[in-house]
Design a protein. Structure first.
Length: 337
């Protein structure tokens, strides 16, 4: 492991100043970055510990929003009464994201910045195979290799990776916004747009599409999230994995629905582990609005919304599994589990 220096600023301005130094990288819980350093994915010259910034772990209801600080741990988010009441999908996603020990350290801000679990990417350097995320221009070994866990939506030949965060899927479904600070001041990014599919990244930056995963600019930090409160809305999260203990999703789904007399007034659906971003099923949401919440109508709408899926050689199962997970999440949110 490369030697590095360490800074622990206690104010946002000091953290931004430290991150402006060459080779600096932020760290909070460390459950992801330390693995990157071990594998040679990242070699920061300086670690900037943002975990001491006051107030960034706060969870509170204000101005019709549920505010959650980026330094709130997954366990704290999962267990908070207001999160369970107003954003159940997020509470459930945090609970299912990792083991209890990891959840005690991992922060909500860091979790959504996880990198793919692709085995070709998550290997110790030097890599014996091509990977455009690690070595731009070298190729994508997963494209025609072992790709049963990879993307079915939004991928390109340059990269077929998926985004593994559970909370990110729930936040996208709940129309959350990330509050970000950086050298150019504060701004907000909708969590539906925070992550980039490979196709979106290729449009924004063809030369480094495989490395461009989010809309965060260099030197920016996530300070927290805002989730709008909607009267009468319920939500749920479904994670399909090979074992119920600590494991990453084969597919995941978050759903939020508001019913009036058994009729859907608003529904939102997002899939996880099917693309390099949480994938909102906009077409299904449009069909469901104004319709009764029945298994048959919901199943038809969801499957139609997945008509553009492009499975790889080994992961066509994700289309059916994703549709079923979305259906289960929607029915659970609507009280029909």
């Amino acid at each position: 492991m490369r030697e590095f220096t360490y800074a622990a600023p206690e104010r946002p301005a000091l953290a931004l100043a430290a991150l402006a130094r060459a080779g600096a990288a932020p760290i909070a819980g460390g459950t992801e970055l330390l693995n990157w350093m071990r594998l040679g994915i990242a070699e920061p010259a300086e670690l900037v510990d943002v975990g001491r910034i006051g107030g960034w772990d706060r969870i509170a209801l204000e101005d019709g929003m549920l505010h959650i600080g980026a330094l709130a741990t997954l366990n704290a988010v999962e267990a908070h009464e207001d999160v369970r009441r107003y954003a159940a999908a997020l509470s459930q996603a945090c609970l299912k994201a990792a083991s209890a020990q990891v959840r005690n350290r991992a922060t909500l801000g860091g979790n959504v910045l996880q990198k793919t679990r692709c085995e070709y990417f998550r290997a110790e350097a030097p890599l014996p195979w091509p990977c455009n995320k690690r070595d731009p221009g070298s190729g994508c070994a997963a494209r025609h290799g072992v790709n049963e866990r990879h993307a079915i939506l939004g991928w390109t030949d340059a990269c077929v990776a998926t985004q593994p965060s559970d909370p990110a899927v729930a936040l996208a479904c709940l129309d959350a916004e990330a509050d970000v600070i950086g050298p150019d001041g504060p701004r907000s990014i909708a969590m539906t747009e925070f992550h980039l599919s490979q196709a979106q990244a290729a449009e924004l930056s063809p030369g480094r599409a495989a490395q461009l995963e989010t809309r965060l600019a260099p030197g920016e930090l996530i300070a927290g999230y805002r989730i709008p409160l909607r009267e009468g809305e319920r939500s749920a999260y479904v994670k399909v994995r090979e074992r119920e203990s600590f494991e990453y999703a084969l597919v995941a789904a978050a759903a939020a629905v508001r019913l009036e007399g058994g009729v859907v007034r608003e529904a939102r659906l997002a899939l996880g582990s099917v693309a390099q971003k949480p994938w909102r099923l906009d077409a299904a949401e449009a069909v469901l609005a104004g319709a009764p919440l029945t298994r048959e109508i919901a199943r038809s709408a969801i499957r139609a919304a997945l008509a553009d899926a492009r499975p790889l050689a080994m992961n066509a199962y994700k289309i059916e599994m994703g549709a079923n997970a979305a259906l289960r999440a929607l029915l659970a949110a609507g009280g029909q589990a």
